[in-house]
Write a protein that binds this ligand. Structure first.
Ligand SMILES: C[S@@+](CC[C@H](N)C(=O)[O-])C[C@H]1O[C@@H](n2cnc3c(N)ncnc32)[C@H](O)[C@@H]1O
Length: 253
């Protein structure tokens, strides 16, 4: 049966790739790469670089296909994501059937870890449910942006015995306040931290793990404007940005 390896590759540093991931890369006949457009060529190049650096077996084929984007015309967020997942499922189904032999192994390289704000595993379940192409899959974990953030700031994620809320910029903006003492925010394209009135410290990082890494930390009220400015400049320079931050209430409840 066809086998798909979903391999977490870390967040921008080829040295994030684990020994388990390297072994998995060396089992692949084909690697599927989704091209996210001109602005995000660096993300694609890093995947190519990882294969070039770690794959020793001959004959690995790279199959690159243009990724689909969410349809901005669809008003509801859930419907928009659903349509996007469906389109990606159709692409993968077609690739598995046309590019992978019955007994071959294909790989999908997932940024960070496949369990965290990534839909590859959900999409594979869709492909399976459609019943047109049979496959088994395995998951190889990777270093997440949260771990990279903590390492760069040399900080533990949680307070002693404390819990941590992991959320998105969208959810934080909707809440308008911190809903836990420690909050990690991902997928924030609009600096949701700016609108908070909580007295908190922020530990922010962009391009974590890569040569372009940027980090800032301090009392939110004092550094929010600087982070917003640095973020905008970096985004303009590179054409894309990925950033993550931890907000920590100064007085835990
Ligand atoms: C679609 S999610 C993927 C998360 C990924 N699966 C992980 O394990 O970190 C993308 C978000 O992850 C965060 N992220 C990923 N890579 C990052 C990096 N190198 N530096 C900072 N944040 C990053 C950002 O919040 C970004 O918006």
């Amino acid at each position: 049966m066809r086998r798909i390896l979903v391999i977490g590759i870390g967040t921008g540093n080829p040295e994030h790739v684990t020994v388990q991931a390297i072994k998995a890369l060396n089992r692949l006949d084909v690697v599927f790469l989704l091209d996210k457009g001109q602005e995000k060529q660096e993300l694609l190049s890093l995947r190519r670089e990882i294969c070039a650096r770690y794959v020793e077996r001959e004959g690995l084929r790279m199959v690159e296909v243009p990724d689909v984007v969410r349809d901005p015309q669809v008003a509801s967020y859930t419907d928009r994501v659903d349509g996007w997942h469906q389109a990606r499922a159709e692409i993968l189904e077609r690739l598995f059937a046309s590019e992978l032999g019955e007994a071959q192994c294909g790989g999908i390289l997932v940024w960070g870890d496949p369990s965290l704000y990534d839909s590859t595993l959900r999409i594979l379940e869709r492909v399976r449910a459609r019943g047109k192409v049979a496959f088994e899959h395995e998951v190889i974990p990777g270093i997440t942006a949260i771990q990279a953030l903590c390492a760069s700031h040399k900080m533990p994620l949680n307070r002693v015995g404390g819990s941590v809320l992991v959320t998105t910029g969208r959810e934080l903006a909707a809440a308008g306040q911190l809903e836990a003492d420690e909050v990690v925010v991902m997928l924030d394209g609009a600096c949701a931290f700016k609108h908070l009135r909580d007295d908190a410290d922020i530990h922010w990082g962009a391009y974590l793990g890569s040569e372009h890494e940027l980090v800032r930390a301090g009392r939110l009220a004092e550094v929010a404007d600087e982070i917003e400015r640095v973020r905008a400049e970096a985004r303009a320079e590179h054409g894309w940005i990925m950033d993550t931050y931890l907000l920590r209430r100064r007085k835990p409840r």
